[in-house]
Design a protein around this ligand. Structure first.
Ligand SMILES: Cc1cc2nc3c(=O)[nH]c(=O)nc-3n(C[C@H](O)[C@H](O)[C@H](O)COP(=O)(O)OP(=O)(O)OC[C@H]3O[C@@H](n4cnc5c(N)ncnc54)[C@H](O)[C@@H]3O)c2cc1C
Length: 391
């Protein structure tokens, strides 16, 4: 068999790990692995709320992370995937042929969901836009109203970070449901106390539109806003659906339990760009806690398929999710195996330390993606053992 060229698109939380692992799970005469990504450093999306509030964090050089590994790194912006021609078109005019493709292009803020969002709201879209938001935030006069739309994990992390770093501003979080509505009762009580301590107001209501100085709710009420952040949901990177991969309403590619596209069997999709059926058929949630698991499992199934062995479906379980509440506080919600919240929580400094270790763990696995045992061949059975999902 000719050496296969496997291209991994996207050097984010899942792509770097998947590329590094895959390169060690295939033989050099069997396949080469190339990672194509837009930036030389990893987009630390899980820390963008810190950046928006004026914070700093260490950056991971992707070339350094891959040093010593057989992965070839190419920096370039993907413009289009030509599924019929088995090629990836880059913005600088390059065209890269692949035999097998792993798409790990992540997600984007869903600006189209509400009129005015694109024109008047900041989203945590890319490093440049987050830096621009930080500069605008820093220049606001004392007492200026700042609104974060979205009571999900990103909205909560962003609102608490801004309120803590800029106590002179009046932060309001707006969402169609209570912030953290999916959490357990003890977790929601803890969150309410954190909001009180940080002076964060919250409004429940569906956002109808965003203007230059207000957030307008469906009932006509207006929330004054000198600066608005839109954290109201994510969609898969639009390149995924535009390529012709069969995708759902959020643009996530439909894949099977081995992360292989249902419409294009030579394409695997992982991370936020994938719609993966969970154990009970309900798709796994977007998030690093799921993506991390896919980054570990997908290289194994690809290598199995290359070596002619039947690919084992993944078997994962959730264990926790950790929400930062500013620099000194966090909330760790323990989950059941299928992702439902339990009444067990960890809070305060201890949870904050866990969150820091999650970030450090993310850096560690990018540099040391494994497999960690002596085995590197795909047909060595590692399946059957359940892996854990947490972030
Ligand atoms: C503020 C914030 C906080 C978060 N906190 C948590 C958390 O606590 N827990 C959790 O589980 N999840 C969290 N998430 C979600 C988490 O960041 C994502 O689920 C995760 O990044 C998905 O990983 P991924 O590899 O699919 O995509 P990404 O990590 O986004 O990687 C995609 C990569 O593709 C590259 N790329 C994109 N387009 C192109 C292109 N056209 N050409 C070339 N390269 C391209 C990007 O530069 C990036 O490197 C948070 C997200 C945000 C925004």
């Amino acid at each position: 068999m000719d050496t296969q060229r496997i291209i991994v698109l996207g050097g984010g939380y899942t792509g770097i790990v998947a590329a590094g692992r895959l390169a060690r799970q295939v033989r050099a005469d069997e396949a080469s692995v190339t990672l194509i990504t837009a930036h030389p450093t990893r987009d630390e999306r899980m820390r963008w709320h810190e950046l928006a509030a004026g914070g700093r964090y260490p950056l991971l050089s992707i070339a350094d992370a891959l040093a010593g590994s057989p992965v070839a790194l190419e920096i370039g912006r993907v413009e289009r995937i030509d599924l019929d021609g088995h090629a990836v078109q880059l913005a600088d005019g390059r065209s890269e042929h692949y035999d097998r493709l792993v798409v790990a292009l992540g997600s984007v803020i869903d600006f189209g969901a509400v009129p005015g969002a694109r024109e008047h709201a900041h989203g945590l879209t890319d490093v440049e836009s987050v830096r621009a938001a930080a500069a605008t935030l820093g220049a606001l006069p004392d007492g200026a109203p700042v609104t974060v739309i979205g009571g999900g994990l990103t909205g909560i992390e962003l609102a608490t970070e801004i309120a803590e770093s800029h106590p002179r501003l009046a932060v309001t979080i707006v969402g169609s449901r209570e912030p953290g509505h999916w959490l357990s009762d003890p977790a929601r009580r803890y969150l309410a106390r954190a909001f009180e301590r940080l002076g964060i107001a919250h409004r429940v209501g569906r956002v109808a539109r965003i203007t230059g100085d207000a957030v307008v709710l469906a009932d006509g009420a207006q929330v004054p806003s000198a600066l608005t952040f839109w954290a109201g949901g994510f969609r898969a990177n639009p390149i995924v659906a535009a390529s012709g991969l069969e995708a759902d309403e959020l643009g996530r590619a439909h894949v099977d339990a081995t992360f292989r596209s249902l419409s294009h069997p030579d394409v695997w999709v992982i991370g936020d760009a994938a719609r993966v059926p969970g154990p009970d058929g309900v798709p796994l949630k977007m998030g690093c806690r799921t993506g991390a698991f896919m980054a570990f499992a997908a290289p194994h199934t690809i290598a199995q398929q290359l070596s002619g062995a039947p690919a084992e479906p993944f078997a994962g379980r959730y264990f926790a999710e950790c929400i930062s509440l500013g620099r000194g506080d966090a909330l760790l919600q323990w989950l059941t195996a299928d992702g439902a919240p339990t009444d067990r929580i960890l809070t305060g400094r201890a949870a904050r330390v866990v969150k820091e270790y999650i970030h450090r763990g993310n850096l560690f696995v990018a540099r040391h993606p494994g497999p960690y045992g002596p085995h590197r061949r795909a047909h060595v059975r590692t399946g059957g053992r359940r892996q854990t999902i947490g972030a």
